[in-house]
Design a binder for this molecule. Structure first.
Ligand SMILES: NC(=O)C1=CN([C@@H]2O[C@H](COP(=O)(O)OP(=O)(O)OC[C@H]3O[C@@H](n4cnc5c(N)ncnc54)[C@H](OP(=O)(O)O)[C@@H]3O)[C@@H](O)[C@H]2O)C=CC1
Ligand SMILES: CC(C)(CO)C(=O)C(=O)O
Length: 337
């Protein structure tokens, strides 16, 4: 099975290094020539919770040759149009693309690749590319996992084959409720990553003042309402119901879930969207909070808090705002304390 990782950056370099270390064929494909050249010279360097240097096979996207049977797709969602059009001639007739991005990427990727060819894989770990050729893994290997599933929930031999390769890195679960898991992860990304990017904040700081907490809670609650109105359910993450943790009915009920949000206070991580803003890059905001707004419009659920998060983060991309704590004031009259 000829395999590629398309968009081998922070996450993809880690996965590629572990597949190569297990002695299996994999090409690490990227548009980032400096990153690929560094890996050609000294191998993929993985730091952080592990310390590894692994020789890997690298390919610049326009130089892809032949056809792949399996492609782990790890470019940001902002790259979809370009990357997937580049990939299509290099995917074998029964080739499969595994979407490992945040958001709800399967439906959009199917538009380019075709229905029945896209397996979803929400990623339960984190990494950051710290210099060309180097990815720093911030999660511990024994706490990491992949979930893989077809959007329609069927289980087949293909999933077993993909699981065997992903297990070169970490535990991989075959799931039959992909969209529920996707919405559960979208809920945490829209809430804490969206607010982290809008406020230039750590996840902990998104709930550190009464105003921040109020807005963060309403971003989450809108996502839950939109999910239901769109005919989906919110699944569990590591055994916990995200909906029970974060959903509320009214102001009194909002107090009931306060401790679940406040449990985030010590968490020092920042959203990858905030890192993108700090590096002057476009973010995946339209694929995260923007997706909540889009599904909200389709199902007649108003999403003023998520709309505002999208507006602020887009404003930061355009230089109109800076990601900073004062942006909480931009929520204006939405905050009713
Ligand atoms: N990083 C994390 O901890 C987590 C990330 N995710 C999700 O996983 C996905 C990938 O994230 P991450 O690894 O951080 O992203 P990165 O930006 O680090 O890696 C993506 C790589 O794809 C490259 N790329 C862009 N366009 C193309 C193209 N046309 N062809 C080939 N390569 C291309 C980029 O090049 P260039 O460097 O030039 O931009 C970059 O090196 C995102 O959807 C993210 O939300 C999910 C969980 C955790
Ligand atoms: C949860 C986190 C921070 C892991 O990197 C993430 O998925 C993101 O913000 O993109």
């Amino acid at each position: 099975m000829r395999t590629a990782i398309l968009g081998a950056g922070s996450l993809g370099t880690v996965l590629g290094a572990f597949i190569a270390k297990a002695g299996k064929q994999v090409d690490l494909v990227s548009r980032n020539a400096a990153h690929l050249n560094a890996m050609k010279e000294r191998g993929a360097v993985i730091k952080g919770t592990v310390d590894l240097v692994v020789p890997v096979s690298t390919v610049l996207t326009p130089e892809m040759e032949g056809r792949y049977d399996l492609v782990f797709y790890m470019a940001k969602q902002t790259a979809n149009e370009v990357a997937l059009k580049q990939l299509l001639p290099h995917l074998s007739d029964d080739g499969v693309v595994v979407t490992m991005q945040n958001g709800l990427p399967e439906l959009e990727v199917e538009e380019y690749i075709g229905k029945g060819r896209v397996v979803g894989c929400p990623v339960g770990w984190a990494a950051v590319m710290t210099e060309p050729g180097v990815s720093t893994l911030t999660s511990k290997l024994d706490q990491m996992s992949f979930d893989i599933g077809w959007p329609d929930g069927h289980v087949d031999k293909r999933l077993e084959e993909i699981k065997e390769i992903l297990e070169c890195l970490c535990t991989t679960n075959i799931i039959t409720d992909l969209m529920e898991v996707r919405w559960a992860k979208l809920l945490t990304n829209a809430t804490f990553s969206g607010m982290s990017a809008a406020l230039g904040a750590t996840f902990g700081e998104t709930v550190s003042t009464e105003e921040n907490l109020y807005v963060t809670q309403h971003v989450a609650n809108e996502c839950i309402k939109v999910c239901h109105a769109s005919g989906y359910k919110i699944g569990k993450i590591q055994g916990s119901s995200m909906e029970d943790m974060y959903g509320f009915q009214d102001e009194a009920d909002r107090e009931r879930v306060r401790p679940m949000y406040e449990a985030m206070k010590p968490v020092p991580i920042v959203a990858s969207m905030l890192t993108d803003l700090r590096n002057g890059k476009k973010t995946e905001i339209n694929a995260i909070n923007g997706v909540v707004c889009k599904y909200g419009r389709q199902s007649n659920v108003e999403t003023p808090f998520n709309d505002k998060v999208v507006e602020i983060v887009t404003g930061c991309e355009e230089g109109k705002y800076k990601p900073c704590a004062e942006n909480i004031k931009l929520f204006g009259d939405l905050i009713k304390l």
